[in-house]
Design a protein around this ligand. Sequence first.
Ligand code: ZN
Length: 429
Amino acid sequence: MTAIGIVKTLLELNRAQWLPTEELRRRSEARRLRLLRHAVQNVPFYRGLDINHLPVMDKSAYRNHPPEAFAASNLPAQRRMEKATSGSTGVPFRFEVDRAALPVAFASQLSYDSWIGLRPFDRCLRIAVPPPPGSGGLRMLPWLQRVHDRFTQDRISIWDIDAGRAEDIWRRIEACRPEFVFGYTSTLATMADLLLRRGLRLSRSLRGVIATAETLSPPRRRLIEQYFQAPITNRYGLREFGWFSAQSCAASPERFHVNTELAVCEILRPDGSLAEDGETGRIVLTDLWNYARPFIRYDTGDLAARPEGSCSCGRGFPLLGPIDGRTDECLTTPANRVIRPGSLAYYLFVYNRHTDDVRHYQIVREGNRRVTLLVVPGDAWNESAAARLRDEMSKLLGPGVEAGVRTVAEIPPERSGKRPIIKTLEEVH
Ligand SMILES: [Zn+2]
């Protein structure tokens, strides 16, 4: 897709958000059927299946099959770009994104930005984990996005946040004067808390804060608003999809508008039937653009209800949420470094490439000084993988924390049925 293609897609997305919900439903249904027909013809796992009864798949289900089972046979290998996820549900796996969808991802980012008055030339500071080594990083993006990012995006890569790093970020904001700051919800809230305590205020207010990856709980919202003195927008997405599937708007800050141009969202009961409006169920998404490795009826592990009624902002994209069930209890080390569970898991499984070693995992924290990684071994598991995982954990957690790795037959669910990726045990004295 050329630059003109990206601009056309952007205009189309900007127009679509205001279409009536029913018309949007018809549009995404047409796209969904096209993808499903492609899958039953060309994707080994789906070949010959009835498109009306395709199974719901979660990360564990994907891991039970080789990655090739989901690769479309009619598309050239160069359409596929390999990625990995540490998985918010404790199951790491590798997958592929469709290179042909990258321009759509960029257009959708610009479109979401436009909802909140972030124009293509406004400066934005992004606080994120570093891209995995050898992933190609920016080189894989469409050239227009590379140019855009180069001139407007300032990036800070971090694994954890402490008082020193928060101060670095404060300095960077003061020096670069971004209009918007983008980051993980827990990182922004922790940083806001640390800077408020130190009295390091911003000399110039931002126009907005974009928070992602974790629940924007009321205490977190309060801290971020108090520090940044700017409206917060919440984005919901999956690493597997390469773009955000939903975003909040000013009229419904606690909810999300699902972008039906990009994904189909089903809310399912435990028995697999469709939940009613207002009834909480599992969020199951179909990515409408990945033809190289289709994600069809993908169980995200998150929970939400579809609220009744529409949003007063006038957007036709249906409302969802609040979203519950994302794992987000941070770990504070004895040196007062706050580490997101997502960052630790990403560091081990994506950045250091342990995706194939482990089928399921859970990080169990006892007090502040002991962290044990429970592992259900995968095909590539061996003693040296265990030793490397232990070393890498120690490196990230820092001195004063005893890191351990223990293999188990399964990760038992909590009473709630959830399997948090970080579990905190009371300290034993
Ligand atoms: Zn709205």
